[in-house]
Structure formats: structure tokens, C-alpha cells
Ligand binder design. Sequence first.
Ligand code: SAM
Length: 204
Amino acid sequence: MVHNQIFRRGITEQKILAAFTDVPRHLFVPLSKRNSSYEDYPLSIGAGQTISQPYIVALMTKVLDVCEGQKVLEIGTGSGYQAAILAHLGVEVYSVERISSLAHNAKETLARLGYSVRIHVGDGTLGWQEHSPYERIVVTAATPGVSPYWMKQLNVGGKLVVPLGGPLRQDLTVAQKVSDNDIQEDIVCGCMFVPLIGKYGYRE
Ligand code: SAM
């Protein structure tokens, strides 16, 4: 997985490659799908949700561009795999998940592996005010626009990585907050995520 799917597609940062080597992806995948844990595609984790394709997780990690000690908010905990990768890179991870059964499983897996990721069950389109501001925000579900709450909870100079677009197809976008009210957006590539459901996402 690390060599063929991630390194050969141009993600060469040693720390990122080491995180993908060290974090056991199969523990984030339901038992019935474990044989496919390291394949080059997303997998169902139940409740109609997915653990993203390994390369997409790596690409989001790369463009999020984190440094040890930073505070990162993840929207869409899902299996907890992206959170584990970020925690492995030494950042303080706060993650919001809408579906409590997924949050519960992710919490257990992360704790079992010794990652101290804080998880909150709720509508991530509202961010997580209590621990703000964040230096980075990563959204792991498709969203029609940048929530005003993310803007408010992100530091000036901070980065937001988010799949922006329709429910079927999005642009993976890196947005840098350049002042209290302005962001500068760069599109990384096209992508396909499950929809973000919430006040500033899609409707249920
Ligand atoms: N990051 C996850 C991982 O590493 O497994 C993959 C996330 S999955 C592609 C998208 C997740 O976003 C789902 O678990 C879904 O329940 C969650 N989600 C959707 N709308 C949400 C919202 N408003 N707030 C928080 N989580 C939400």
C-alpha cells in the first residue's frame, strides 16, 4: 500500500510514509472487510459510511501540511484512521462525528492503539468551539461550502482542507485563512466523498 499506492503517486515525505507504515489500517476496518484493508479503494464501515482510499487519506495529510504540536480539527471521524495518522504525526487531534456508533468504535480503536484523540458526537458543520482556535481543519466528507463556524474557529494563517462541491463529485480544496473574513482557495484534484449532513452541509 505505502509503496505502490502512496509513494509511487508522488507522496514522498518520510514522516507521512512512516505514519502509513506504522498505523495498522486493518484495525479500522470491520472484520468482514479486513482482507481488503490495504486495497486501493474506500471500504464500507457501516451506517452507510466509508473509510477513505489510502491514497486520498495520504494526499489530504500532505496538503494539510501539519507540524508537531499543532491543533487540528477533523470533521467526520468515521473509522478514526485519518485521526490516527494525524496523531501519529504528533498533532493534537479533535474530531467530530455525527453517527454515535462510529464515534464509539473509533474511540475504542484509537485508545487501543494509544492515540489520544478527542472525539465529539455532533454536527461538525458547527465545528467544535470549545477547543478552538485550530491551526488546521480537515473535512472528510463532501460539503457544498465553507461553514462560517470553520472560518471562525480557524487561526488566521491556518489551513482548511475540504472536498467542496456537489454530493456526487467534489474538488479537494486547500483554503488558507488570510484574514478574519478572507480565504484563498486552491484546488488539488477532483474527488468523491460521502456527503456531510448538517446545518451547513447537505440535508438528511
Ligand atoms: N475520516 C474518516 C476515516 O478516516 O475513516 C472517513 C470519513 S467518512 C468518508 C465521512 C464521515 O463524515 C462519516 O463517518 C459521516 O458519518 C461523517 N459526517 C457526515 N456529516 C457529518 C457532520 N455534519 N458532522 C460530523 N461528521 C459527519
